[in-house]
Design a protein around this ligand. Structure first.
Ligand code: SF4
Length: 234
């Protein structure tokens, strides 16, 4: 059953983000992804590389949740922290930093000193998929983790989805019964009020989208300005 955020009695059964992270890291529900993520260990060399599912990261007091697609080979599957260690994270954090959501304009490794301000980040799928393409069953398998993370953020006001797949997973997590996903189409800059949450859509900040100009800094910064206004409004 889908979770409708405003109807969840989270104050009575809210679990900690740490216990969710423990369950994520131990998960082996998708055989194809387990095999793929572990097979990458040899690529990193010298025992380097996380090669496990990657839980969300940030402050659980965050009013903004950013949801990406999945760990990347050179990013989170290597470093063990979501949106860390690749060109996607460099671009994203340069913008988050400029708008006051972090203390550093990059996210390079788990010991880089990064601090999060009012923000939590996660992915719709917690394991790196081949060619960045998780299968339908794998997305379904991972959806309960995303729902649990959303519920474990008691101050949440705004969700920013990075890309169409994250958008679809978030809608499945928060839409109330009777609402259809087609009422909330994905397009960069679109925003929707859903219950007491606001949902914002951004193209994914992948090198491909950035290099082709599909997404540029101004587009993402403008979105973050709108988000900042929303989370600071009474
Ligand atoms: S993608 Fe999600 S459900 Fe599948 S193995 Fe990884 S953590 Fe588990």
């Amino acid at each position: 059953m889908d979770i409708y955020f405003t109807q969840v009695p989270f104050l009575t059964w809210m679990e900690s983000m740490a216990s969710i992270a423990e369950d994520v890291i131990l998960c082996r529900k998708c055989p194809r992804l387990v095999e793929f993520r572990e097979s990458l260990a040899s690529r990193y060399g010298n025992g380097d590389g996380w090669c496990k599912p990657v839980p969300g990261s940030g402050t659980t007091r965050g009013r903004l949740l950013v949801v990406g697609l999945a760990p990347a080979i050179s990013g989170a599957n290597r470093t063990g922290r979501i949106l860390t260690g690749d060109k996607t994270s460099d671009f994203l954090f340069s913008c988050l930093y400029e708008k006051g959501f972090s203390n550093l304009p990059y996210s390079r490794s788990r010991d880089d000193g990064l601090m999060y301000f009012d923000i939590f980040l996660t992915a719709a799928v917690k394991c790196v998929p081949p060619e960045n393409k998780p299968q339908r069953q794998e997305i379904d398998n991972c959806l309960p983790f995303l729902k649990r993370e959303i519920v474990a953020l008691p101050g949440l006001r705004v969700i920013l989805v990075l890309g169409r797949l994250a958008h679809e997973s978030v809608l499945r997590a928060i839409l109330p019964a009777g609402k259809r996903k087609s009422e909330f189409p994905f397009y960069h800059g679109n925003s929707y009020g859903i219950g007491n949450l606001k949902l914002y859509c951004s193209y994914h900040p992948s090198p491909r989208n950035v290099n082709t100009g599909t997404l540029n800094r101004e587009m993402l910064l403008e979105l973050l300005d709108r988000i900042r206004e929303d989370i600071q409004s009474p």
